[in-house]
Ligand binder design. Structure first.
Ligand code: ADP
Ligand code: MG
Length: 271
């Protein structure tokens, strides 16, 4: 297949969570290190929170991949909302136990209490989209953590329920909480350039001056998901010009007009 720079650049910004696309950002690396330290502390549930599109799923997936060599770690990307299914999945993942019937919390607690830890390392369960769990389920998860035989890392975005969870458990000793934020302008520049460079799109990586990054930041507020949308559309527009009106585009410097056009197209600003 022929390499088309705009097409390849566009596809760099498909909104997918894949650790091979992970970009190391300074602020996130620091968080990452402090989280890795927390994992070894006893009696801590870890809460990862932040607005949608701040990189929680990416972070959790990356963490999961890198923990696998040293820990038993299981990532639940989609919440298992049925309680019996949830405990059955835990029993399977933690102890390799299969249940055909129901498994309720009390029964599962008995199983956990009867199990000895396999060495000094507590197995980890990483729960993404945890705002979808009920508060009674969250309470059970907390009680499970209290056994110190399993540790949960919980990612959620802010909803009213999070406030509730926060109220009840946030300040207590079981939580270590970590907040992910939108990118600063500098981080956004690194994000965009590194992403493109990773895909060998050096020419387009060089199209973005600080000025154009400032404009993109103004539109997306540094939100990674919104930035992906904007950038995808931007290169799609470039691709379109290249194929239909190549004289109208300048490939050395991104045009503010096309940035704005992309923002309107994706609904990030109103026409
Ligand atoms: N560190 C990162 N490296 C590469 N891409 C990232 C990174 N953080 C976020 N992204 C991109 O941003 C998108 C949104 O991130 P995601 O983890 O899904 O956010 P959240 O779970 O907070 O809603 C991802 O699909 C991914 O493309
Ligand atoms: Mg997510």
């Amino acid at each position: 297949m022929e390499f088309n720079i705009y097409e390849s650049s566009r596809d760099v910004f498909l909104d997918t969570v894949n650790t091979k696309d992970y970009i190391q950002l300074d602020r996130v690396s620091n968080i990452y290190q402090s989280l890795k330290d927390s994992i070894t502390k006893p009696l801590k549930m870890i809460l990862l929170y932040g607005k949608p599109g701040t990189g929680k799923s990416m972070f959790l997936t990356k963490l999961h991949d890198s923990l696998l060599s040293s820990h038993a770690a299981h990532l639940y990307s989609t919440p298992i909302l049925d309680e019996s299914e949830f405990f059955k999945t835990l029993a399977q993942d933690l102890y390799g136990m299969e249940y055909s019937g129901e498994l309720n919390f009390t029964q599962f607690m008995k199983v956990v209490n009867n199990k000895e830890l396999n060495g000094p390392v507590i197995p980890l369960i990483l729960l993404d989209e945890a705002q979808l769990y009920s508060s009674s389920m969250m309470e059970k998860i907390r009680l499970l953590s209290d056994t110190r035989k399993v540790k949960f890392i919980i990612a959620l975005h802010k909803t009213e329920k999070e406030d509730l969870i926060a109220k009840e458990h946030f300040q207590t000793r079981i939580w270590e909480s970590i907040k992910l934020e939108n990118a600063s302008t500098t981080e956004l520049m690194i994000y965009i350039q590194k992403k493109l460079m990773k895909a060998n799109c050096l020419d387009t990586a060089n199209m973005f001056s600080i000025k154009s990054i400032n404009l993109i930041h103004k539109i997306t507020d540094g939100n990674y998901r919104d930035t992906n949308k904007l950038m995808y559309t931007l290169f799609d527009i470039y691709l379109h010009y290249q194929q239909n009106n190549p004289n109208q585009i300048n490939g050395s410097q991104v045009s503010n007009k096309i940035i704005e056009m992309s923002a309107i197209h994706t609904g990030l600003i109103n026409a």
